[in-house]
Design a protein. Structure first.
Length: 271
């Protein structure tokens, strides 16, 4: 695997895989700003094979696997030539609806991936009604970063839910993308979101165990809606098995939109 030096190299590799494609397939939808951050931190690697560009992003003790291939056969052949898929911890995501993913799942299973978990996307349209909560939420500040990251890491699965790294957490706080409630000098809960234009995505919403049932979560969600008054399309991803979380989101007007994320892992990652 070769480290990438510029976003341009990434896009060139993608275009080479697309050239003459008969059934182009991918799970890689790079945004230049995020690519640059990954490259700056030495996280992004590539292997190129005939008709396939295979990308690996380092994350804690494992790697995320992304691919662009001219067709499923080129993807299968490319993956067969990459030893890391057998010797290192690797996860990958397939996003779409059930019918569109049927062709690719067997190809990835042949390469040693297996089902790990499934996320589903929820969405709500239109400006939500907002109320007032007794708890006071505000934007997290730079000194809060370690506590915010610790709460996220303790609440979510690093293999299944693409947790931020410390530098990403610092950037999100700096860009006012993290809301927090503090009680008794401690971080009680947080809501991490990303907004672009009229669309906003909740990435993480959680409350520390000792502060649950104190309306911390509702204070965060209400304040989130208040701060995103111009947004018209709200989305998020949630563990499809977490019925408790899904019901809480439904309370705020979210509903499944049919898009799913099959998270796959190789045998190096425990089930």
């Amino acid at each position: 695997m070769s480290p990438l030096q510029t976003p341009g190299q990434v896009f060139d590799a993608v275009q080479q895989a697309k050239a003459g494609a008969t059934g182009f397939c991918t799970n890689f939808f790079p945004v230049e700003l995020k690519l640059q951050a990954w490259i700056d931190h030495g996280e992004l690697l590539v292997e190129q094979h005939d008709g396939a560009a295979l990308f690996f992003r380092t994350d804690r003790d494992f790697r995320h696997f992304y691919f662009c291939a001219a067709n499923p056969v080129a993807l299968e052949q490319g993956m067969a030539a990459v030893p890391a898929l057998k010797t290192e911890r690797v996860t990958t995501d397939l996003v779409g609806n059930e019918s569109t993913l049927k062709q690719l799942l067997p190809v990835l299973e042949q390469a040693g991936f297996r089902w790990y978990t499934q996320l589903q996307r929820l969405m709500r349209i239109g400006r939500p009604e907002t109320g007032r909560e007794g708890r006071v939420a505000g934007f997290a500040e730079r000194p809060d970063c370690p506590a915010v990251l610790e709460l996220i890491e303790n609440s979510f699965d690093r293999y299944g839910e693409q947790l931020p790294l410390p530098y990403e957490m610092e950037a999100a706080v700096e860009n006012r993308q993290v809301l927090a409630v503090k009680l008794d000098g401690e971080l009680a809960g947080l809501l991490f979101f990303e907004t672009q234009g009229l669309a906003s995505t909740v990435r993480f919403w959680t409350v520390a165990e000792k502060f649950r049932a104190q309306r911390v979560g509702s204070a965060l969600m209400q304040y989130y809606f208040q701060t995103q008054a111009s947004v018209r399309r709200f989305t998020l991803w949630v563990d499809a098995k977490n019925e408790n979380a899904i019901q809480k989101y439904r309370h705020y007007g979210y509903a499944p939109d049919g898009l799913i994320d099959h998270v796959l892992a190789n045998e190096m990652i425990p089930a």
